[in-house]
Design a protein around this ligand. Sequence first.
Ligand SMILES: [Zn+2]
Length: 304
Amino acid sequence: MCFPFLREVLLPLRPNVMIEPARGVEVTGYKQNSMQKPGANKRMNRRDFLGVAGLAVTGGSITCLGSVLGYLSLRYITDQTNASDTTPSGSESQVTLVKRINRPPITTRAQWGARAPNHAALNEAGFYNTDNVEGWRIYDADLREVYRTVVVHHAALYEGDDPGTMRAIQNKHMDDRKWADIGYHYGVGRTGQVFAGRDLNVRGTHVETYNTGSVGVVLFGDFEKETPTAEQIAATRQLIDWLALRLDLTHLAGHRDFNDFTVCPGANLYPYLPSFAESAGLELGTGGYVPPPEQLTPNPSPES
Ligand SMILES: [Zn+2]
């Protein structure tokens, strides 16, 4: 049952993407490993992915690893290619260029005790439409068409532990800055715990003027004074690898690259940004910022 279903959803799939989360099905993506081959530091493109996926189907190599969370495993392709080596000479085998990217474990809003968004907030009042362009904007397009850049931040604070810090950031954004919700889409704690922030379907509030189409990731701490932990860096890398693949991102930037009035993400985190970008196959900097087309229809109010 699982196998034909996966085939059905896979084939029309555009690559690099988690699909149909509401149906509990997720495809684990792969990308070319930039460490293997100079000049190959791009994520596997759509054609590459479909080619590999097609090969997997042909070879019967799809495995269903779970009925609730289904993963598409291309691992066997690697084995196959190794074993039979039918790759024409002169063309790199897929084996050395493929890197597996797993979705990191993410603490849900309910689990960390998030407050519900406040749509009467002073500085993010009401819902986006052409008369209220600063309002709560729910993207109605495919998120892969919406997002281009991941923007890295530091929280500039730490409140006792990781979940407490996530709550403190949300309180600061809602109570002090009068936004409808926490501004970032993801938080990464000192222990490496990853938190879901603002819904990814909603425009963030984290990089002034450039929020539309930018996914916001915040690391807990003040990295003008402190240094990020090894666990935090590793978790951030995995999160960004996964976001880049899932959202078909092109660029990674630090907050201060867009907004020169801030030092965010701090002097001790900023040097890690090139390695995050390289790992995820992203260009470094603000060059990818292209706001998605304006919506013509106002957002509907969420039911709850
Ligand atoms: Zn920032």
